[in-house]
Write a protein that binds this ligand. Structure first.
Ligand SMILES: [Zn+2]
Length: 126
């Protein structure tokens, strides 16, 4: 499947959110990862899964904001959830949509088998 979004576009999307959320992002990388949608380090280095390029913009926003908020809140606790809701609205729907789009992409591939779906990382607990 041809990606609908270029890497540069995703990086731009990250830069826009980073500015909005006032997060100091050091580097943004886009590469294929088997087990994660995205990861962030305390040094401000973000990595996003190339598979996201084929997903809807709203789903990418969810992953981007999810990771960027971990710069403030290293877990998925109450504060993190309220920030997510403040920026994205009912983000739980986007989480479901992420899984749905992943499942759809997988069903178009041959090597789907039973690989576990990637997960979202969090700063503190990986
Ligand atoms: Zn997380």
């Amino acid at each position: 499947m041809k990606p609908r979004c270029a890497k540069a576009e995703l990086k731009h999307q990250v830069a826009v959110w980073a500015e909005r959320l006032e997060v100091d992002v050091n580097t943004v990388a886009v590469r294929s990862m088997r087990t994660k949608w995205a990861s962030c380090s305390t040094e401000g280095n973000l990595t996003f899964n190339t598979e996201l390029l084929g997903f809807d913009e709203a789903v990418r926003n969810y992953v981007i904001v999810h990771e960027l908020l971990h710069f403030f809140v290293p877990n998925h606790g109450r504060l993190w959830k309220s920030l997510m809701r403040a920026h994205l609205g009912p983000y739980e729907d986007l989480d479901l949509e992420l899984r749905r789009q992943h499942g759809r992409a997988r069903s178009q591939e041959d090597d789907s088998r039973s690989a576990p779906p990637p997960s979202l990382s969090s700063l503190g607990s990986r």
